[in-house]
Write a protein that binds this ligand. Structure first.
Ligand code: NAD
Ligand code: PRE
Length: 288
């Protein structure tokens, strides 16, 4: 019988618990979350089998999944070093950044505890266990960053998540943080900035933002995401995000200049390139 302890039972942690319950592994799921309402809801739904605290129950787990905000994950890695674990236990996480997490896991790995970094590339702007879903991660890319895990431990973890039909991609923490900054972290900054700027500019406009339709709403859906989670991500990948924002601002200045000078050709190329990339993305999504 496999026992999985999930710490952080919000959107991602509770979705993973739901998926694991559907797997052939049928693990016993121990859940740790400071939120009483969340924990009771998941117990009532049979999504977790027992409410525990991470440090009290860590010694019972074959797999420990850290699924709180990145800042919490980093703190917990420090606490787990001083905690008795099963000799074959695998510790893993779901945090959206990997360089700081992998660095924080070093002392644990030096104690011969297996650690593997992880990050499912799916989610939502919604948070909490009630927003979690059994199909949230369906067909998503799931990044893995090698630590000190064995092939057997990786296989057991993958078997627990088998119902989601994940696309496992292994890469270094550096490559992960660069890539994910480009396709997730920077877009979250831009979406929030669009909303804040429009709100500021239209403050005294009687109709204002209420007239916003699909264009504004679909480009800014992710601005509805949780500020605690995104503050932790920004602080944890600040250098890379800042560098990419510099290059983004350079590109923005180029299109601004083309618009100012009525350079129709450059403006057309700007939109035509984006359109073809975006359409390719949709096509690839449909064939999956
Ligand atoms: N939201 C997404 O789209 C998404 C996608 C992939 C990965 N992630 C990553 O997954 C992690 C969780 O994100 P989420 O969207 O599930 O957030 P969430 O806010 O829905 O859930 C976080 C949970 O962690 C709990 N928590 C807070 N402090 C804790 C502590 N000290 N010990 C145990 N639990 C604690 C909270 O009570 C909450 O239930 C983050 O690291 C995030 O970067 C998020
Ligand atoms: O779909 C969303 O709303 C998300 O924000 C999911 C999303 C992203 O695509 O940026 C958010 C954070 C992650 O670490 C991975 C996925």
């Amino acid at each position: 019988m496999t026992t999985v302890l999930i710490s952080g039972l919000g959107l991602i942690g509770s979705s993973m618990a739901r998926i694991m319950k559907q797997s052939d592994v049928q693990p016993t799921i121990l859940g740790d979350d400071p939120n009483d309402d969340t924990s009771q809801f998941l117990l009532d739904q049979g999504i977790i089998d027992e409410r525990v605290t991470l440090l009290n129950a860590a010694s019972r787990a074959d797999i420990i999944v850290l699924a709180g905000p990145v800042s919490v994950i980093i703190g917990q890695l420090g606490q787990l070093v001083k905690t008795k674990l099963k000799p074959n236990a695998l510790v893993t996480d779901v945090g959206s950044t990997k360089m700081q997490v992998m660095a924080a896991s070093k002392p644990l790995q030096e104690r011969n505890i297996a650690f593997m970094g992880g990050h499912p590339m799916a989610g939502s702007h919604k948070t909490g266990a009630r927003a979690g879903k059994e199909d949230l991660l369906d067909n998503a890319v799931y990044f893995l960053v090698d630590g000190s895990q064995t092939a057997t431990q990786t296989a057991l973890f993958k078997a627990c998540l088998e119902p989601a039909k994940l696309r496992w991609v292994t890469m270094s923490a550096e490559a992960h943080d660069g890539l994910v900054s480009e396709i997730s972290h920077v877009p979250h900054v831009l979406a929030a900035n669009l909303v804040n700027t429009a709100d500021h500019q239209l403050k005294h406009d009687a109709v204002g933002l209420n007239a916003a339709a699909g264009g504004f709403k679909s480009t800014t859906r992710i601005a509805g995401a949780d500020p605690t989670m995104w503050t932790a991500i920004m602080l944890s990948n600040s250098e890379v995000i800042s560098e990419q924002l510099t290059s983004y601002m350079k590109q923005l200045k180029q299109i601004q200049s083309a618009i100012e000078t009525h350079d129709a050709d450059q403006i057309y190329q700007f939109f035509a390139h984006a359109q073809s990339v975006r359409e390719r993305l949709d096509r690839e999504g449909e064939t999956r």
